[in-house]
Design a protein around this ligand. Structure first.
Ligand SMILES: Cc1cc2nc3c(=O)[nH]c(=O)nc-3n(C[C@H](O)[C@H](O)[C@H](O)COP(=O)(O)O)c2cc1C
Ligand code: SF4
Length: 255
């Protein structure tokens, strides 16, 4: 299911366009998931609106071509998310933090036809303002849908200039909202992390792959036992047998 019948060029699948009833059911399902999380003693929830999953497909005009109240304007495309936030707030008010992980770009080649059809930074900024107004307490800035290639998890992050590859987007978003902005994507060095905070590109640093090989990385950085993550961003941790650092494993085996 998707907002519109736009073929996914990677899989070749043409999704089924969701009916009004199905959209309302999805809103209900997300709300119930948040309620279960609260009951299970979680401190908050992050709603996934990135990486080409369903909610990000509503937000991007590339995948959302609807002309009803769930498509068209930025406000209509974000409506499914703002309704979910509103419904969760009806249950818990300000007592339960709701964060959003958001695509700031679909990741298509700039200037290409697909990029022109996709989301741009001014639409993203408008979306973040709507989310802030709805009561979201932090935005995590990411990007990329699978059809655009390896945009979300870039490989070979081997110099500080290649790190934090969504920083231009988070800087623009941070100028527009008052809530904390979190940045993810290829952040590896302490110096880059500090610089991102100093230049006001982000308020919070988010990492994923580095923790697969170094779960104690934050402590190492904090106590001066490391200046940067060991992770070489090879993506070998996408292992159907389970998430583990196959790069570290191969090194230990002498491969
Ligand atoms: C094995 C693996 C699984 C992931 N699963 C998710 C996921 O379920 N949801 C999500 O938002 N991002 C997921 N990601 C992407 C990360 O959250 C993050 O956005 C991305 O890896 C870029 O950050 P990094 O360079 O610090 O790894 C996953 C990444 C890896 C390596
Ligand atoms: S396999 Fe290891 S080194 Fe490669 S990206 Fe994953 S965590 Fe990083």
């Amino acid at each position: 299911m998707a907002p519109s019948e736009i073929k996914d060029e990677l899989s070749g699948i043409v999704p089924k366009k969701m009916t009004e009833q199905e959209i309302l059911e999805v809103i209900e399902a997300f709300t119930k998931a948040a309620v279960r999380a609260k009951k299970a003693s979680f401190d908050g929830v992050q709603i996934h609106c990135a990486h080409g999953f369903l909610l990000s497909n509503f937000i991007s005009p590339y995948t959302n071509r609807r002309t009803d109240r769930w498509g068209g304007s930025v406000e209509n495309r974000a409506r499914i998310v703002t309704e979910i936030v509103q419904r969760i707030k009806e249950h818990y008010g300000a007592d339960f933090p709701i964060l959003v992980k958001l695509n700031a770009t679909d990741g298509f080649q700039p200037g290409s036809q697909k990029a022109d059809l996709g989301i741009n930074i001014s639409q993203v900024v408008k979306t973040t303002k709507l989310l802030e107004k709805a009561g979201v307490c932090s935005i995590e800035v990411s990007g990329g849908i699978s059809e655009a290639g390896v945009v979300t998890l870039k490989t070979a992050i081997n110099s500080p200039t290649k790190e934090a590859y969504f920083r231009e987007y988070s800087r623009e978003i941070k100028k527009a909202v008052s809530i904390p902005v979190m940045l993810v994507g290829g952040i590896r060095s302490l110096s880059v992390m500090e610089h991102l905070l100093e230049e006001e590109s982000a308020d919070l640093i988010s990492m994923s792959r580095p923790f697969v090989c170094e779960p104690d990385l934050v402590l190492k950085l904090k106590y001066g036992d490391a200046k940067k993550a060991m992770c070489v961003s090879c993506n070998l941790c996408f292992d159907p047998e389970g998430i583990k650092c196959n790069y570290k494993f191969n090194q230990n085996q002498g491969n």
